[in-house]
Design a protein around this ligand. Structure first.
Ligand code: HEC
Length: 198
């Protein structure tokens, strides 16, 4: 029995299995914390919630061959300066509303969801909101009654009324504004923003 080469012995493979499992587990834990630090608000690619007080743009950079978010000067929503805490509360209300109403069933947010309806990742910057003066109002009205305020983009698809309250709609608008400031590595590609006319 002593003739059995190391690679053919049962104990060798048992030990190997234990080491590989333990090693993978450690890598998984490290990667989890690494991802958390890169996806939490206030990190390099994901601005703090109070970014909703700022002008946000999404500009194509020739050298990078992609668009990146550009955070500018003050540009308030709902005529109010939000502290970091208040901004987080409002954005979270919007985020929870998108989860409760299952917007992902039709839309895509940050790469997750469906393509029945427009990608919402940069929806705050959509040219379809006519002008920056009208945008917030139009968005709130649309969210509260999408059938009456349908925009359809010639697709003939209508968003159903999801019984969103005014407070929830404002939260969603803040959530969409915050989301548009996230560096998504150029995704969605070739997106024409509402700022383009300036
Ligand atoms: C049953 C499918 C469906 C669901 C669920 C749905 N939508 Fe929509 N949504 C649509 C369709 C279709 C459109 C495009 C038609 C239109 O604009 O009138 C649209 C358009 C939009 C737009 C305008 C997009 C743009 O780029 O300007 C926003 C913003 C939006 N939806 C937000 C939401 C939010 C937030 C939720 C969840 C609370 C949601 N939708 C749930 C179907 C859906």
């Amino acid at each position: 029995m002593n003739e059995t080469p190391l690679w053919a012995s049962e104990s060798f493979w048992k030990k190997t299995a234990i080491w590989v499992t333990a090693g993978s587990f450690i890598i998984l834990v490290v990667l989890t914390f690494d991802s958390l630090s890169k996806t939490s608000a206030g990190s390099k690619r994901v601005p703090a919630y109070s970014v909703i007080n700022k002008k946000i743009d999404y500009q194509f950079k020739e050298d990078l061959h992609k668009s990146i978010p550009v955070i500018g000067d003050t540009e308030l929503i709902f005529g109010k300066v939000f502290t970091e805490e208040e901004a987080e509360q409002l954005v979270m209300l919007g985020k929870k509303t998108t989860q409760a109403k299952n917007c992902m069933n039709c839309h895509t947010l940050l790469g997750n969801g469906a393509y029945f309806a427009p990608d919402l990742t940069k929806a705050w910057l959509d040219k379809g909101w006519v002008s920056k003066e009208m945008r917030e109002d139009l968005m709130v009205k649309f969210l509260m009654n999408p059938e009456k305020n349908a925009r359809t983009f010639g697709s003939n698809r209508k968003m159903p009324n999801l019984n969103i309250t005014e407070a929830e709609a404002k939260g969603v608008v803040a959530f969409l504004k915050w989301m548009s400031s996230i560096d998504t590595n150029g995704f969605p590609y070739n997106f024409k923003t509402i700022n383009a006319e300036e």
